[in-house]
Design a protein. Structure first.
Length: 339
């Protein structure tokens, strides 16, 4: 049926046209079984090509493009999963691409997504991202874009991020109030927004409490397990270990745990570990990691909904930023200080 309609599908299935319309839009009111029947009948009638034509004529594809650094990192996996859920709820599909923390891959992914005519982009930039040219192109093309977790500053794109500076400052301040004064920071790259903000908060808390900031106790590097391992080994072979190590994320904390075990120290008896992370990752470590809690599901959901709002109403101010608050969750990787 080359000119089939929703009414034709409804008649075949003996349901209302409204039911068919909702099923085709993946509306939650319609059961999975009915959606399956409607989609199968739509394909049989050739209705899917009609939907495509309608989308093209409206200059909308009802698709989102996602660029994440790494899906092996469970934080990004959870965030992406929530983006997909939020997109489906709003009747959008999504294409997921992975940069592998490589700026060249990031640029190629963005170019492909632009070529696929996605309606908007959700981007968490790589550790290497230092050339904003592709983002200027996206702005000139008028494609809505939302940065999440990491961002390129100064481009006036909206972003959804955690309050990293305040989160680090508040957590370190609480650790100091518990009696600890020797606190090191295994940081991310200062060229990446989250690395810069978290380190800034760490320094601010020390300074506000009259504690010297020791350059040797700030080790800048990447965001992966190996970076944490190498950084702790560097700390270990310098004169004097800290009492507490603050890590830029939970993957770096895993590397720190491995290094600590390798040199024969015990957590938390001989050294404590605190890191940015989320509940599932914290509980997977032994002892469970004390975290500055960041919920990747909330991050992904908020970012996706913001992007869809921008797509649906281009008049929304595009410089809007959303900052998600964090909280310190102390687990057994930080011991009570014996005064």
């Amino acid at each position: 049926m080359p000119h089939s309609t929703q009414s034709d599908i409804a008649k075949r299935l003996n349901v209302s046209r409204v039911t068919v319309s909702k099923a085709l839009r993946n509306h939650p009111d319609i059961s999975a079984e009915m959606k399956k029947m409607v989609h199968e009948t739509a394909i049989e009638f050739g209705y899917s090509s009609n939907l495509l034509a309608q989308n093209l004529s409206a200059r909308k594809t009802f698709t989102l493009g996602i660029v994440v650094p790494d899906l092996e990192n469970s934080f990004f996996a959870y965030a992406t999963d929530s983006i997909l859920d939020a997109a489906t709820e709003k009747n959008y599909s999504a294409f997921v691409t992975v940069s592998r923390e490589n700026q060249r891959n990031e640029i190629l992914n963005l170019q492909k997504l632009i070529g696929m005519r996605v309606d908007g982009l959700l981007v968490c930039v790589t550790q290497q991202t230092n050339d904003p040219s592709i983002f200027h192109k996206i702005k000139n093309l008028g494609i809505p874009l939302v940065f999440f977790d990491r961002q390129v500053e100064g481009l006036s794109f909206p972003s959804v991020t955690f309050d990293d500076r305040k989160g680090a400052a508040s957590a370190v301040d609480r650790i100091i109030k518990k009696g600890y004064t020797k606190i090191a920071h295994i940081a991310g790259y200062s060229t990446v927004s989250i690395g810069r903000e978290r380190c800034s908060g760490y320094k601010a808390a020390l300074e506000q409490n009259g504690i010297e900031v020791k350059p040797d106790w700030i080790i800048e590097g990447g965001f992966e397990i190996k970076d944490g391992y190498d950084a702790f080994m560097k700390l270990y072979h310098t004169s004097g270990l800290p009492e507490i190590v603050l890590t830029v994320n939970d993957r770096v904390a895993i590397g720190v745990y491995r290094a600590i075990d390798e040199v024969g120290l015990k957590i938390p008896d001989e050294i404590g570990v605190l890191g940015f992370g989320f509940t599932e990752s914290a509980q997977s470590l032994s002892p469970p990691l004390s975290i500055i809690n960041q919920d990747p599901r909330q991050l992904g959901s908020v970012a996706a909904k913001l992007l869809i709002d921008l797509i649906r109403d281009p008049n929304i101010v595009l410089s809007r930023d959303v900052i998600i608050k964090e909280e310190l969750l102390l687990r057994s990787s930080v011991a009570e200080k014996h005064r």
